[in-house]
Design a protein around this ligand. Structure first.
Ligand code: G3I
Length: 489
């Protein structure tokens, strides 16, 4: 889904039929939402029939026009448990390591495709999307690249690599992580041979090279610790805004989401939305949620709630194309190697048994659990009237303090909540409390804080904000929580 303003190619969709078909699913979901066909859309989100087996994640996600992906290591496919899950559950695959620079071009101009081709073949055989990871990255970079100090030489090496790898899978890869992990935690550029030798412009150069090599693939920038609103995600946000303004082809932002149990950022949804508002797709590209090992029942329950919260945040953002988990099972995860004492971060355990996280994740997508019973109640789409809100303003000449109390009248607990309201003309948010507040045009948004996301059925949560005004201090006449219209008292 390229943005028309930056796209260099004709608008005709020349993707393979497989890709065009998938895109139309998302377009269909969008059209429904735009048409405001709430009832029809809600019906489309519900499973049609209960089956004996749990519904594959890919089928549930398809009803939302999204994909659920997995990082695949082809060497593990010889293990039947690993292969069975990978083949059944996912609608997107990404090579965990096989398309990286050290795997594809270990010596200059000498390409090695066998592992990468296995991942691409898997995608073809199982009719999944193929996500490319990654073209330009400081890590898993062969020594010959790290040793280049001449800018022209490095530019040639980078553009040749991008041309060869993106060119080989052109027409098959749906989206590429063109540049990976370019930021330090404080939002300054990470040191790398590309940054040192080519300077800030290397990212735009890599994007242009990728577009030339594969005009159909979406081009993404990807990083970790940018899931919440913070210095690092602000830097990514500013970069994407600048690239768009300069006409550089960038279509998507990947938020890796290597998370810690109990620490899903409260600003995740608002952060996804602000990137989407720049005109790019967003995706959780490498989700795993680590806990101390051996994992306790309590930590696995928390982890399940976290998987659910991440999914709900993605589903609440129209341009969130889906979620990729970074591996099939806990026995094949990078986490314990890098974080000793932590692990158990994925949806299946090391014996390929589904964990509470799988159950919660599947329920959040609305998958039929296959037990013959009703779908887990919280997966029902929110309905208008599931909330009630009181909204008062304590005003002075140019400003006012808004006090908002939201009551959950849905009959089921909210694990998280997002409030949206259309402010009357002239009202501008200054700052708020007890939630992550933002304003885009007239739309005021508040996303729960970490401590008040969970709202039991019948319970209320109170938040507030300060705003400026130009005379009209009236309350909004339309308020939604989690997408459902609230009664305003
Ligand atoms: O292939 C060699 C093998 O021959 C050797 O015997 C073995 C000894 O340790 O190492 C093997 O290479 C390992 C490789 O994974 C393949 O298994 C590397 O040591 C190991 O460092 C490498 O780790 C990968 C890591 O990226 C490298 O940075 C992980 O599998 C992979 O999951 C991880 O993925 C990254 C994403 O690409 C970017 N975002 C973060 C994410 C997690 O770190």
């Amino acid at each position: 889904m390229h943005d028309a303003s930056t796209r260099q190619q004709p608008e005709v969709d020349v993707r393979p039929a497989r890709a065009r078909g998938r895109r139309s699913t998302v377009a269909g979901a969008t059209a429904l939402a735009v048409a405001g066909a709430t009832v029809a859309a809600a019906a489309a989100l519900l499973p049609t029939a209960h089956a004996a087996e749990p519904e594959p994640l890919r089928d549930a996600a398809a009803r939302h026009g999204r994909t659920v992906g997995v990082a695949l290591s082809p060497g593990h496919l010889s293990q039947p448990g690993y292969a069975a899950i990978a083949e059944r559950e996912f609608s997107l695959v990404v090579a965990e390591n096989a398309m990286k620079w050290d795997a594809t071009e270990p010596s200059r101009g000498q390409f090695s495709w066998s592992q990468a081709d296995q991942v691409a073949d898997f995608a073809t055989r199982h009719d999944t999307e193929l996500y490319g990871h990654t073209l330009v990255w400081h890590s898993q970079l062969p020594g010959w690249v790290d040793g280049i100090s001449d800018p022209a030489d490095l530019r040639d090496a980078m553009t040749d690599h991008v041309a060869a790898v993106a060119g080989r899978y052109a027409g098959q890869v749906d989206a590429w992580d063109v540049v990976n992990e370019m930021w330090d935690e404080d939002g300054t550029r990470r040191d790398s041979v590309f940054q040192r030798v080519l300077g800030d412009g290397y990212i735009a150069e890599a994007l242009h090279a990728a577009r030339a090599a594969d005009p159909q693939a979406d081009l993404c920038l990807n990083d970790y610790n940018i899931e919440g609103i913070n210095a690092k995600s602000n830097a990514m946000y500013d970069l994407v805004a600048d690239l768009k303004a300069d006409g550089v082809p960038v279509d998507c932002v990947g938020l890796q989401a290597h998370l810690i149990g109990g620490q899903v950022p409260s600003t995740l949804q608002a952060n996804l939305q602000r990137f989407a508002d720049l005109g790019v797709d967003v995706r959780l590209t490498e989700l795993d949620i680590r806990v101390p090992v051996p994992a306790s029942a309590a930590s696995l329950t928390q982890q399940a709630a976290d998987y659910r919260a991440v999914t709900e945040a993605c589903l609440a953002v129209e341009r969130c194309t889906g979620i990729t988990v970074w591996g099939v099972d806990d026995g094949h995860s990078w986490v314990p190697d890098v974080f000793p004492g932590q692990g158990a971060a994925l949806l299946w355990d090391a014996s390929y048994q589904p964990k509470p996280a799988y159950t919660a994740f599947a329920a959040a997508w609305g998958a039929d659990p296959g037990d013959g019973g009703p779908t887990d109640p919280p997966t029902d789409p929110p309905a208008d009237g599931d909330c009630a809100v009181t909204w008062t303003a304590n005003a002075w000449a140019t400003g006012y303090t808004g006090s908002v109390t939201v009551t959950n009248t849905s009959g089921v607990a909210w694990p998280s909540w997002t409030l949206e309201a259309e402010l009357p003309a002239g009202q501008r948010l200054d700052q708020g409390w007890s939630a992550a507040w933002s304003q885009s045009g007239p739309t005021l948004s508040a996303v729960n804080a970490a401590w008040n996301g969970s709202v039991a059925a019948g319970a209320s949560v109170s938040v507030g904000y300060n705003a400026s005004h130009t005379g009209d201090t009236s309350a909004p006449d339309a308020v939604t929580v989690n997408g459902a219209a609230c009664a305003i008292g």
